[in-house]
Design a protein around this ligand. Structure first.
Ligand SMILES: [Zn+2]
Length: 343
């Protein structure tokens, strides 16, 4: 979540996202930020270059709205992107013959269910790549939800308060302003509950399409990936997406992340496409082993961050960017029973 430092290709975008964080943090905490950083860009510049190259090459479906861009990212897969808010969250709808699985429900800033209903008549089951607020925002719109059985997940089911998510609805967070129906003064994510739980290795049968659930803790304790072996597709959530990788939340565990990225990279030779939860709907397989190598360099301590803003550290290692913090690198832990920090 909160991958403010999204532009990995140039420093202009990096500084933009830093500034964005600083603005958001100042508003949330109501304190003047002592960090001085020269702003040379704004999210408006990112907006000008949409869609991102990886999405541009995919067919855009008619179900797209002013808020959601729906891409036909593979046979029987729709990627529902929210490109006009800086998180650029992506939810993926996977269709079988009998059921559909919706992997994440987005920010909850505009109703996602009508979009899903215009794409399929099949009964829809929701499962989240993890329960950070930018992926569970639409959960409350659905009846059938699967989840990880953990105290962390259960705490997040209560929803995220306005205070926790206020930084995501400031004017600078949007390309064209917020969705018309959104009350930004009071935006929060609604509570939801699970109907059933999933475990590592479980197969979800969508009817002539089998989806394997893979535990990939690290980004959060409840992070999941989905493997569609027959079609050679891997859905990686926030464990991997085509942008700056956010390992900054206090609930992030770098030892676990290291094991999870290794686990996913081992699958890579049987995978054709990877579907992450931000920015690009689909990328070619091959990147996970690079992420694994770059991440192990980060943890070796031999590579220095390219930016340091207070506790925050930004690394750019062989083309892969990470955002983490000194406290997470030091292995500081928080209580998972309270759920996500809102970061
Ligand atoms: Zn996240």
């Amino acid at each position: 979540m909160h991958n403010f430092l999204r532009g990995k290709r140039n420093n202009m975008k990096l500084s933009l996202k830093l500034i964005f964080f600083i603005i958001a943090a100042s508003i949330v905490s109501c304190t003047k930020n002592e960090v001085s950083y020269v702003e040379d860009s704004s999210f408006a510049d990112v907006c000008q270059s949409l869609p991102v190259p990886a999405n541009k090459i995919l067919p855009l479906n008619d179900a797209s709205t002013e808020w959601f861009q729906v891409y036909e990212s593979h046979k029987g897969v729709y990627s529902i992107v929210e490109p006009y808010q800086f998180q650029m969250s992506i939810s993926h709808l996977i269709l079988g013959d009998e059921r559909a699985l919706l992997f994440d429900t987005g920010m909850g800033m505009a109703p996602i269910k009508p979009v899903i209903e215009s794409l399929t008549d099949l009964p829809v089951t929701v499962l989240n790549s993890h329960t950070h607020f930018d992926h569970v925002g639409g959960n409350a719109e659905f009846d059938n939800i699967l989840a990880v059985d953990s105290p962390y997940t259960r705490a997040n089911m209560k929803g995220f308060s306005h205070e926790e998510v206020a930084g995501d609805v400031i004017d600078e967070a949007f390309c064209n302003g917020p969705p018309k129906s959104l009350d930004t003064e009071n935006y929060y994510t609604r509570a939801w509950s699970a109907d059933n739980f999933v475990i590592d290795g479980q197969i979800i049968d969508l009817g002539n399409r089998l989806i394997e659930v893979i535990d990939v803790p690290g980004h959060t304790p409840d992070a999941l990936a989905l493997l569609d072996q027959e079609n050679a597709l891997l859905f990686t959530g926030d464990t991997y997406y085509d942008d700056n990788l956010w390992l900054f939340s206090p609930e992030t565990d770098l030892d676990h992340y290291s094991e999870s990225i290794a686990k996913l990279s081992k699958l890579e030779n049987q995978i054709e496409f990877i579907f992450g939860a931000h920015t690009s709907a689909r990328v070619d397989a091959g990147i996970l082993s690079k992420v694994k190598e770059s991440f192990s360099k980060l943890r070796s301590g031999k590579v220095k961050p390219i930016h340091e803003v207070q506790d925050r550290l930004i690394y750019e290692i062989d083309g892969v960017n990470f955002v983490t913090s000194k406290s997470i690198l030091a292995g500081e832990k928080i209580s998972m029973d309270k759920g996500a920090s809102g970061l």
